[in-house]
Design a protein around this ligand. Structure first.
Ligand code: ADP
Ligand code: ASP
Ligand code: MG
Length: 405
């Protein structure tokens, strides 16, 4: 028997009945002789509700106060789960991120974990208790409460599992594992028994939101076995593993979709050395993370530069571009939020030419125009109109032979 970390997402603890079901499952795991650490998210869509409330109260939202507000959601869940465990006859104690020793930097709303000091969690386990930890939150060196970014409870769970040298980190959610595409978009998607870390990272980075990207990176770095599974059916789900030689390398193993980005274009940019450096330097300084970048061929010494950013960063990106526009004498800055991205991911792509051609042909067959393209050795992404994303994903899923029979 060993140490097991079990993380439950929002839907999994969405109401009293769900919380009792979770407690029952945790109790069984405990009774089987395991040390159990539970990590919980806020109930249902509570984090979104709190953000809306903040919006209604004030256009001014100091990040420190947003973090203080949002962490309340996970505190509610952890206390309720402990109460439900008590009803199961299981001794349990709840811990905030700070109490659990999740030490972060001080980047409010998107803090990174610097260190985990799980002394109190170890103590609770030694006393025979189940430790229930509030996900998504930590404390900075300057003792302010921080949050880890949306979906961040996944990172809490993996970090706890790494710090405690857990045998497995189980991510319980509202689907039965990682699928060949979001099963809500592609009804014919199939569950994958195993996915390599490489593929999972590409999926998480391009919209496969079942695991937060940073949790996958952390798990790989610290060798944490990850098992994504359902808190509704409790059946075995998907293991995220290091790629090994006997692993079947599908040319394309998944198709992802993402409509959380916008396209920013700076047009009429003088095509001379130093201009791009100035533009992207300004964006970096303002903390804007870029994704795809495209520069058109120059005409009459002028060019257009387009890139994609998270929708939440559009205003900051526009500000940076406007500032540089005057300085370098570019014509115009425009933004477009009606874009989306479709991506095919597969470790076998490395050794199989023709994936790009089939992807373009498939999109062309349904009359979808490709606006931007980016690739890695195991991924191809295309930016298309947002309202064409879902049908594009379905067409690609079929074209690459992924549909369930
Ligand atoms: P939780 O609240 O448990 O963290 P999330 O909503 O963050 O759950 O993630 C689970 C959701 O991820 C599923 O409901 C599903 O719609 C979506 N999803 C997107 N892509 C995939 C995929 N490839 N496989 C499984 N689920 C996916
Ligand atoms: N409650 C947080 C969110 O909605 C964290 C999480 O669920 O992982 O983003
Ligand atoms: Mg999640």
């Amino acid at each position: 028997m060993g140490v097991i970390v079990q993380k439950f997402g929002g839907t999994s603890v969405g109401d009293a009945e769900r919380i009792r079901a979770v407690a029952n499952h945790v109790a069984r795991t405990r009774r089987a002789g395991n040390d159990v650490v539970v990590v919980v998210s806020a109930m249902g869509k509570f984090t979104d509700d709190l953000l809306r409330l903040a919006d209604d109260v004030s256009p001014n939202r100091p990040p420190r106060e947003i973090d203080m507000l949002l962490t309340a959601g996970e505190r509610i869940s952890m206390a309720l789960v402990c109460m439900a465990l008590a009803a199961e006859g299981i001794e349990a104690s709840s811990f905030t991120g700070s109490q659990a020793g999740i030490i972060t930097d001080d980047e409010h709303t998107r803090a990174k974990i610097l260190e985990v000091r799980p002394d109190r969690i170890r103590e609770a386990l030694r006393d025979g208790h189940v430790a229930v930890v509030a996900g998504f939150q930590g404390v900075s060196a300057s003792r302010d409460i921080t949050t880890l970014g949306r979906g961040g409870s996944d990172v809490t769970a993996v970090a706890m599992a790494a710090a405690l040298n857990a045998d497995v980190c189980e991510i319980y959610t509202d689907v039965t594992g990682v699928f060949t595409a979001d099963p809500r978009v592609v009804p014919k998607a199939r569950r994958l028994a195993r996915v390599s870390f490489d593929e999972m990272m590409e999926m998480a980075a391009t919209g496969g939101r079942v695991l937060m990207l940073r949790s996958v990176e952390y798990a790989r770095r610290h060798n944490v076995p990850l098992h994504v599974r359902s808190s509704f059916t409790w059946e075995p789900g998907t293991w995220i593993v290091e790629e090994d030689s006997d692993m079947e390398q599908a040319v394309v193993s998944a198709v992802t979709d993402d409509t959380s980005e916008a396209k920013v274009t700076v047009s009429g940019v003088p095509d001379r050395p130093g201009v791009a450096a100035r533009l992207f330097g300004e964006l970096a300084q303002r903390g804007v993370n870029l994704d795809m970048i495209v520069q058109n061929t120059s005409e009459n010494g002028l060019t257009d530069i387009s890139f994609t950013v998270a929708l939440t960063d559009v205003d900051a990106a526009r500000g940076a571009c406007e500032a540089v526009r005057e300085e370098v004498g570019a014509a115009k800055v425009s933004t477009d939020s009606n874009v989306g991205r479709v991506t095919v991911v597969g470790a076998g792509m490395k050794s199989n030419p023709g994936v790009t051609a089939l992807m373009f042909e498939t999109l062309s067959n349904i009359g979808v125009n490709i606006e931007m393209i980016s690739t890695s050795s195991i991924r191809i992404s295309c930016v298309v109109r947002a309202d064409r994303v879902e049908e594009s994903v379905r067409a690609l899923h079929t074209a690459f032979g992924l549909d369930a029979s």
